[in-house]
Ligand binder design. Structure first.
Ligand code: PLP
Length: 401
């Protein structure tokens, strides 16, 4: 007899463009940190839909806010005012120190907007600069601009030619950055903690090199906080932990806690060079997206989620260190707060199904890294339970010392 999964797979194989290799699981329901599949099996979610379900699944206040907004007004376009967009922009300004926001619907659109605003800045100043400096191991999204500053050849090659004048420098090598940035550079773009690249925080020395290069050449700095921002590391934004003051910041993922919303946060210096009509989005910052994002920020700041990440992040790190110390397959761990990577001594791919078999959802990135991005509301006991399951999966794949 065909299962629910068989039916879904058959239809998808026929009609979905085959760009994703999916695990053979159909999730149908969630609650907090737990997901349930079509057979009623429970999983602990250490991935939150790649850093998106920041408040966990079926969060009661978020669910009520979304339902209420749907029953009131969902969308009117950016041709008119509505009551929520300005409020959301103000709250993001208070959190980031960047006074203005442009709303869009995804991380890649947020990056795209930052790249365009950087070009516009130099155009308005009457000394156009087109060059972008990006980092090796970077990931900024799949649209043409974002892809152009993403380093992985595997993503880039089939779509060449991309934007010209993009130079890549090795991450955390201050001298290489200093040598690459010049008065031709429109902007440096970097993830304060590289996500897809294997969870690599920038070092303070490299952050200083970014600040120095910008001061010396006038180049703008774009911090891509799509994955690392909004509480994930225990800080509102990791650029602040590094002492950086970006001119542009991209956010997405956690902001809507599952409702698609992104934003480019913009300094006044850059905002002063932007004119009506320079950029736009039909959906960007509609009532549904803003309502969800406001609910998320309520929980993050007023609801204590940010402080919670700070607390449980220490426990997570401690548990991961113990796990790594007793498993030779784990070479080292990197990360902050609730954003961690376990660098393995081999391809990490087999760990993912082994973890799913044991009821825990994780992801592989950068070939050898197990990436952990649990919902920000995860408790210490849920951390313990899920890392016990992950440890069993690592033992199954790599043995134990
Ligand atoms: C740092 C970073 N920037 C941009 C993106 C692109 O976001 P999206 O997939 O929402 O377009 C991602 C997605 O993983 C990301 O991690």
């Amino acid at each position: 007899m065909a299962t629910v999964l068989d039916d879904i797979q058959t239809r998808e194989t026929r009609h979905i463009l085959q760009t994703y290799r999916r695990a053979p699981i159909t999730f149908v329901r969630g609650e907090g940190v737990r997901l349930y599949d079509s057979n009623g099996r429970e999983y602990l979610d250490l991935l939150s839909g790649i850093g998106v379900a920041s408040l966990g699944h079926a969060h009661p206040r978020l669910a009520r806010a979304i339902a209420d907004q749907a029953a009131t007004l969902l969308h009117t376009s950016n041709l008119f005012y509505h009551p929520l967009q300005g409020e959301l922009a103000e709250r993001l300004a208070n959190l980031s120190g960047l006074p203005r926001a442009f709303f869009c619907n995804s991380g890649t659109e947020a990056v795209e907007a930052c790249l365009k605003f950087a070009r516009r800045y130099w155009y308005t100043k009457g000394e156009p600069r087109s060059e972008f400096i990006a980092l090796e191991e970077s990931f900024h999204g799949r649209t043409f601009g974002s892809l152009s500053v993403t380093s992985d050849e595997h993503y880039r090659l089939p779509f060449a030619p991309l934007l010209p004048n993009v130079k890549f420098v090795p991450v955390n090598e201050p001298a290489a950055l200093a040598a690459a940035v010049s008065r031709q550079t429109a902007a440096i773009i970097a993830e304060p903690v590289q996500g897809e690249g294997g969870i690599r925080p920038l070092t303070p020395a490299f952050a200083q090199a970014i600040a120095d290069a910008c001061a010396k050449t006038g180049a703008l700095f774009i911090a891509d906080e799509v994955q690392s921002g909004l509480g994930r590391t225990g800080y509102p934004f990791f650029f602040a932990a590094l002492g950086l003051k970006p001119h542009l910041v991209s956010v997405g993922k956690a902001l809507g806690s599952g409702v698609p919303v992104g934003a480019a946060l913009v300094s006044q210096q850059v905002a002063d060079t932007i004119s009506f009509g320079d950029h736009g989005s039909t959906y960007g910052g509609n009532l549904l997206a803003c309502r969800a994002a406001l609910c998320f920020l309520d929980e993050l700041v007023g609801g204590g989620v940010l402080a919670h990440v700070g607390r449980v992040g220490v426990h997570f790190e401690h548990r991961l260190k113990t796990l790594a110390a007793t498993r030779p397959i784990v070479k080292h761990i990197r990360g902050r707060g609730l954003m961690w990577g376990l660098e393995l001594d081999r391809d990490a791919a087999p760990v993912v199904p082994a973890a799913l078999e044991r009821g825990v959802v994780v992801n592989r990135t950068a070939e050898t890294v197990i990436r952990l991005l649990p919902p920000l509301i995860i408790s210490e006991s849920e951390i313990d339970e899920s890392l016990d399951r992950l440890a069993a999966a690592l033992d199954a794949v790599g043995g134990r010392s």
